[in-house]
Design a protein around this ligand. Structure first.
Ligand code: ADP
Ligand code: MG
Length: 715
């Protein structure tokens, strides 16, 4: 357990945390489990969330429910006093430990629900303590639940001027004597061991200098133990920049290495199929955005490296036709193509659309899904292997191991930017040279975020709608106006339109949501009785066949109303359905509302989206509804979504990992992100392999990072 003996072997920062003085095996295990702190380095990067100014001690008399407490953060106070009472109150689950702290102005209650035995052992009536925490009021009396508490020692008596860091901790850790302040002590021990050589600079001087960023060693010191707040801010600025810079650099390296080293099949000629279709069978003129995207993809697939591209385009922007043209391009170059959709319904719809588009051309297209019969499946697999089947459309069934292609050139994945690395890897195995991959998504992601989260992919965007689209009229109505809304639906149905009524089913298995859906269905039925009206219902608990049947009846206009959960969210295209009612709209996220709305407005009729909500709305919900009502632009909505929720929750980015910044925020630090991106671009332009002396530390650093595979073959 001696640090000295280990530090000489390797970088001290990789030492296991239990070797730090004051930690040991037990606390070490807890730190690992609770805070993911495994090494000295992890502790170094466990940043304080605030600093306490020890000169600020509050009086109990200053606390009132209305008072703006002077402690800085709302509701947090620091009080010094004597513990005059400590009592165990209540039974079983209501059991709590209540202490009373007295200062010269009054009494403050301290309450513990957890870790009671430990607290009892620690505290002593009659002793002076320094207490810190958020004040709440219970029966009109101020109290702090689970305060940070420590003996008020002589040298800590008020008056000493320093900023003490407070660290994030957990209830479990607090109960074992590892609260925020104890972690501060460990950090102090760690800091006393670290020398400048242990934290060498990694960023080149010509980046640090102009930006006036402090060096790395100082930054780590100052983020933990600043003398003044300005020192803390300098440190945060430096480390934030580093986070953004490194993340961006890693992404760019992955991408540029793929560009340089990956082999890809070559689509270098535009042949008969593409040309004939383009000249004779294209049902409309392409938008400029569609043309641009096709060009981007063509040049990317022509140069002998593997394409890995994200194609983003709002609902209805016309991604399908792009997919068709690119598949024909593959065929023209002698390859097979495959289009994969997330659901059976969507796969089937694509199959129909694409078969119809290619009707007059001699191109074999087939559909493969989970419900394809064994005999048909066998035949498809055989034809694929032979190479006589050129285009395969399907669900995940197409990536099963039994499905082998003769020479697969491209895989297009629709509406599923979450298609993970592991799944992509399965595709590679389908041919010696990995096929190109095009992932299409309508989930709007702000550009900055896309570039960061998917920086390893190339990126195309259709930012223009086909002409003549009528905007969808979106309104917000309260539950109280339900019957008026239903009257409106009746009128629209009388005109021959169809309507969607969507219920939230956040988790498909949630019993309560399910019951609500059923109640909702009965309710709709009461307004729209058979035999004048017919209703389809689709939800996640139905067997696939039943779902299909209900969907089919709606598509064929057998039913006028579709009651559904969000299972119809993606891709479904029914032009005659022109009204969408979203029940409990306040429960949906912005991007989900936008996706849902995209199901209407696909035909020539005027379309409507009606957001029904209860009368009481929280601020965020109100803002979401306001946003959806005020704009149809998916990118504007995405920006708002990012602003309201932060990047961690944006659909599809959660597992990307790149966004788990400790300090930086993609929303607030956007200018810095942009700057980092530009500088990374410059750096790699001058030194793509990071071989120059000034970039050596940077390269070493990247190579040491967990989970970074940079210099080996990637794809
Ligand atoms: P999404 O991007 O949501 O997948 P689709 O490819 O389903 O959009 O296209 C939506 C609708 O717009 C389809 O009915 C399609 O035929 C039509 N469309 C696509 N591109 C154009 C265009 N350039 N001009 C006119 N209509 C178009
Ligand atoms: Mg689509």
């Amino acid at each position: 357990m001696k640090i000295e003996s280990i530090s000489s072997l390797a970088n001290i920062l990789s030492n296991p945390i239990e070797y730090l003085k004051g930690v040991g095996p037990q606390k070490g295990d807890l730190l690992k489990k609770e805070l993911n702190i495994y090494t000295f380095g992890d502790l170094l990067e466990h940043y304080p969330y605030r600093h306490i100014d020890r000169t600020r001690i509050n009086l109990v008399s200053e606390i009132s429910p209305q008072s703006d407490l002077p402690a800085g953060e709302a509701g947090f106070i620091q009080v010094a006093g004597v513990l005059v009472d400590l009592e165990l109150i209540g039974q079983r689950s209501g059991r709590r430990l209540v202490g009373t702290l007295k200062d010269k102005s009054g009494f403050l209650e301290l309450t513990w629900f957890q870790g009671i035995p430990w607290v009892q052992k620690l505290l002593e009536v009659g002793q002076s303590y320094l207490v810190y925490g958020r004040v709440s009021f219970y029966n009109g009396k101020p109290q702090i639940v689970h305060p940070e508490i420590e003996v008020l020692s002589a040298e800590q008596k008020p008056g000493k001027n320093f900023l003490e860091p407070v660290y994030p901790s957990t209830e479990k850790l607090k109960a074992r004597g590892l609260g925020g302040r104890q972690i501060a002590k460990l950090t102090q021990v760690l800091m006393s061991l670290l020398r400048e050589k242990d934290i060498p600079e990694i960023l080149p001087e010509d980046i640090l200098g102009p930006l006036k960023l402090i060096d790395r060693y100082r930054a780590f010191r100052q983020i933990h133990f600043p003398q003044f707040m300005s020192e803390y801010e300098e440190a945060v600025k430096r480390l934030k920049f580093e986070e953004l810079f490194i993340a961006q650099l890693r992404m760019n390296l992955l991408r540029s290495n793929r560009h340089r080293f990956s082999k890809g099949v070559v689509f270098d000629k535009v042949g008969d199929l593409f040309n004939t279709f383009y000249k004779e069978h294209l049902p409309f003129t392409l938008t400029n955005a569609q043309k641009r995207v096709i060009k981007e993809i063509r040049s990317d697939t022509a140069r002998g490296r593997q394409m890995n591209r994200l194609l983003q385009g709002d609902v209805g922007s016309g991604k399908t036709i792009v997919a068709v043209l690119i598949m024909l391009l593959a065929l023209d170059n002698g390859f097979q193509a495959c289009l994969m959709a997330p659901t059976e319904i969507l796969a089937r719809q694509h199959f129909q659309t694409i078969s119809t588009l290619l009707e007059k051309m001699d191109v074999p297209v087939k559909l493969l899904t989970g419900s394809t019969k064994a005999a048909a499946r066998k035949k498809i697999i055989k034809e694929l292997e032979k190479g006589s089947l050129k285009i395969l459309i399907g669900t995940h069934a197409v990536i099963e191991d039994v499905v082998q292609f003769n020479n697969l050139g491209i895989v297009i994945i629709d509406e599923q930017h979450r298609f993970g690395v592991a799944q992509r890897a399965r595709l590679w195995q389908k041919s010696a040279i990995p096929p190109h991959v095009l992932v299409m998504t309508a989930t709007p992601i702000p550009r900055t975020l896309a570039m960061t989260a998917y920086g390893d992919l190339d990126y195309s965007v259709i930012d223009e709608m086909p002409p003549g689209r009528k905007p969808i009229i979106t309104v917000h109505r309260y539950e109280a106006h339900r019957s008026k809304v239903m009257d409106f639906l009746r009128d629209e149905i009388a005109k021959g339109r169809q309507v969607y009524i969507i219920f939230p089913l956040i988790e498909e298995s949630a019993k309560l949501d399910y019951e609500n859906l059923m109640k909702g269905y009965e309710n709709v039925k009461a307004y729209f009785p058979e035999p004048k009206y017919w209703i389809s219902m689709v939800h996640g608990r139905q067997p696939a066949a039943q779902k299909e049947l209900n969907m089919k009846r709606f598509v064929e206009q057998d039913t006028q109303i579709m009651v559904s959960t969000t299972v119809i969210e993606v891709g479904v295209d029914i032009p005659n359905a022109s009204v969408m009612v979203i029940e409990s709209a306040e429960k949906f996220g912005l991007s989900q509302l936008h996706q849902l709305r995209g199901r209407v407005g696909r035909g020539t009729e005027k379309s409507y989206c009606i957001l029904l909500t209860g009368s009481k709305l929280g601020n965020d919900a109100r803002e979401r509804i306001r946003t959806i009502v005020s704009t149809n632009n998916g990118f504007e909505i995405a920006e708002k979504d990012l602003e309201l929720r932060g990047p961690g929750d944006i659909e599809g980015t959660r597992q990307s990992g790149v966004l788990n910044f400790k300090l930086a925020s993609i929303v607030q630090d956007r200018p810095m992100l942009q700057l980092a991106r530009n500088l990374v671009g410059q750096l790699l332009k001058n030194d793509p392999d990071l071989v120059s002396a000034e970039n050596l530390q940077l390269k070493n650093f990247l190579n040491q990072q967990k989970g970074t595979v940079l210099w080996s073959k990637i794809s």
